[in-house]
Write a protein of this length. Structure first.
Length: 290
C-alpha cells in the first residue's frame, strides 16, 4: 500500500426525500479533513450534511435517473484484505452491543439486530486497512424501502441497524442489518438482493452511459453458501450512492431467520492499490453467519 491519498473525510448519511427514507448509505468525500473528524454513522432520516452528501434516489426512481451531485475524489467501495482478522470461531459475543443506540420498545427484533454486531478487527484485510468504528451504531424502525447501492433495494424490513467503519486509507465499510416480521419475509428480501446483483453490471453500465463514461462495470459473484452470497463490482463509479472514480466494491449478504445482514466495503484506486484477496470471501460469509 505505497500510495497515499490526500486527507479527506468520509461521510455516511441517511437521506430523506420529501420526508420519506429513500436511501440507506451514501459515501461522500470532503477535502482537507482528518478521518477523526469524520461524520458519524447513520442517524435519523433527514439528518444529512450538505457538505458531503449526494442526493438520494427518490422512492420508485431508478439509479440511472439520479441527478449528478457534487465532485468526489476518485475512489471505489471496498473492504480490502486477505482474510478476516478473526475466524467465526473467534468471533466475539454478539449478544451485547453497549455502544449501539437502540430503538425503545423494539423487542426481540431489535435484539436480533444487536446480535449481528461485527467488530472492526473482523472486517476483511484488517491487517492492511486497520478498521475503526466511526461512531456507535444506530438502530431505528424502518417503514420504507431500503436501498443498499445502485443495484439493490429491499422492501419489508421493520427495523434497521447500521454501523460505519473507516480504514487507515480513509475508505468506508458499512454493516447494515435488517429485521423482518418473519423468516419468509427475510427470505423474500434476500432474493431481492440476489435479483438486484444479478443485473448489477447492466444497471451500473447504464448509469455510466448516462454520465458519458465508458460502460466498464463488471460484477462477479465470488462465493456462495446456503444462506449467503458475495460479489465484487469493478467500475468507474458515478458519484451518488457510490463515490466517483475507479474502484472495487465488495458486497456480502447473509440471511438468518428473520434477519438479513449486509456488509459492504470499498477499495478506491485514488486511496491505495487494491489489496483484498477475493478468495477470502468465503470466510467473510462464514463470519457474518456466525
Amino acid at each position: 500500500m505505497s500510495r497515499t491519498a490526500a486527507p479527506r473525510r468520509v461521510r455516511t448519511a441517511v437521506l430523506a426525500t420529501a420526508g420519506v427514507l429513500a436511501a440507506a448509505t451514501v459515501y461522500g468525500m470532503a477535502q482537507h479533513a482528518d478521518a477523526s473528524d469524520a461524520p458519524l454513522s447513520a442517524s435519523a432520516a433527514g439528518s444529512v450534511s450538505a457538505e458531503a452528501a449526494p442526493a438520494a434516489t427518490p422512492a420508485g426512481q431508478t439509479p440511472s435517473e439520479q441527478p449528478a451531485t457534487g465532485t468526489v475524489t476518485p475512489s471505489p467501495s471496498a473492504t480490502a484484505g486477505k482474510s478476516p482478522a478473526k475466524s467465526p470461531a473467534q468471533s466475539p459475543d454478539k449478544s451485547k452491543d453497549k455502544g449501539s443506540k437502540a430503538v425503545k420498545g423494539g423487542g426481540v427484533a431489535v435484539e436480533a439486530l444487536e446480535a449481528e454486531r461485527v467488530e472492526p478487527a473482523q472486517l476483511p484485510d484488517n491487517a492492511q486497512q486497520k478498521w475503526k468504528e466511526l461512531a456507535p451504531a444506530v438502530t431505528q424502525p424502518l417503514a420504507q424501502e431500503f436501498q443498499l447501492n445502485e443495484c439493490v433495494s429491499v422492501a419489508g424490513a421493520t427495523n434497521w441497524r447500521q454501523q460505519a467503519f473507516i480504514s487507515s486509507h480513509k475508505t468506508p465499510a458499512i454493516q447494515n442489518s435488517l429485521s423482518f416480521k418473519d423468516e419468509a419475509a427475510a427470505k423474500s428480501a434476500y432474493q431481492q438482493v440476489l435479483n438486484g446483483m444479478d443485473s448489477c453490471a447492466r444497471t451500473s453500465q447504464a448509469l455510466q452511459k448516462q454520465y458519458k463514461l465508458t460502460p466498464d462495470a463488471a460484477v462477479q459473484q465470488t462465493t456462495t453458501t446456503d444462506n449467503g452470497r458475495a460479489w465484487s463490482r469493478r467500475w468507474n463509479g458515478v458519484q451518488g450512492i457510490s463515490a466517483s472514480g475507479a474502484q472495487t466494491n465488495h458486497i456480502y449478504v447473509v440471511q438468518r431467520g428473520a434477519v438479513l445482514t449486509l456488509l459492504t466495503f470499498d477499495e478506491w484506486d485514488s486511496a491505495a492499490p487494491s489489496s483484498y484477496d477475493l478468495r477470502s470471501d468465503a470466510s467473510v460469509l462464514a463470519m457474518l453467519a456466525g
